[in-house]
Design a protein around this ligand. Structure first.
Ligand SMILES: [Zn+2]
Length: 258
């Protein structure tokens, strides 16, 4: 049994912890801090075997050096430009195996140029660790300025089966939904989801992971083909055309200042 739990880091980061309950081994994704991982290891008496890095930002990589010193046998998977010492350099199309499961690596550029997502296949089910590319209700800032790349990355992630589970690295769901409702005020699914997420926050419960089935209804950045969204963005911005990429670009800029 593989159990996937979020470890809290900084104010709103999640370090996803993949715990193999059969052999007590642990894999963590994007340890921006080492302390939450150390505590989890000590609490459950685990062996840290691997670290997967999605991108170079310090809140995703800052704990790697310390964890490597404490657990010298750990294998770090990263792109060569992620700014960490990697034992295995991975990129688009790479795949490897852990605990009898296949993991496929995808490039999802846009937030950063060398952003990766890790797709863990457990039986028929896919679990996607997507860093700062897809959030619940939103997407990452496009620091590269390459809107086409980010748009394509979201299309790539949205091409999975509806029940695919996504594990973003931040708890931004409520603020994303408020922006979504600013664009699409009559979206009942968004309204209901915001209520639910607000309740979860009161109970200190993460709103993640999420599924594409949900995101297709509540994530404004996956809805750039919806007439209501195109209409709303057109009214707020001077669009040169109504192509999905144009709508996406305008939406992302609106969100940057929201
Ligand atoms: Zn980032």
């Amino acid at each position: 049994m593989i159990k996937i739990t979020p470890l809290y880091a900084f104010s709103d980061n999640y370090i996803w912890a993949l715990l193999n309950e059969n052999n007590k081994q642990l894999i963590v994704v994007d340890p921006g801090q080492s302390e939450p991982v150390e505590s989890f290891i000590n609490e459950h008496n685990l062996e840290l075997t691997a670290i997967w890095i999605t991108h170079k930002h310090a809140d995703h990589t800052g704990g790697v050096k310390k964890l490597r010193e404490m657990y010298p046998l750990v294998n770090v998977m990263a792109d060569e430009r992620h700014g960490v010492k990697a034992d295995y350099t991975v990129k688009e199309g790479s795949s490897f195996r852990s605990w009898g499961c296949n993991i496929d690596v995808l490039k999802v550029a846009g937030h950063t140029q060398d952003h990766l997502a890790y797709v863990l296949n457990i039986g028929e089910n896919k679990h996607v660790f997507c860093g700062d590319t897809l959030f619940s209700g939103g997407c990452g800032r496009v620091f590269t300025g390459d809107m086409q790349a980010m748009y394509n990355s979201l299309l790539k992630l949205n091409s999975f089966e509806a029940d695919t589970l996504f594990y973003p690295a931040h708890e931004y769901t409520a603020s994303n939904l408020k922006f979504g409702l600013f664009i699409e005020p009559n979206n009942a699914a968004m309204q209901q989801w915001l209520e639910k997420v607000n309740q979860l926050a009161l109970d200190k419960t993460p709103s993640l992971p999420t599924t594409l089935e949900i995101e297709r209804l509540i994530n404004i950045f996956l809805r750039v083909n919806e007439p209501a969204v195109v209409e709303s963005v057109s009214q707020k911005c001077d669009l040169i055309d109504k192509a999905p990429l144009t709508v996406f670009t305008a939406l992302r800029k609106l969100k940057d200042d929201f």
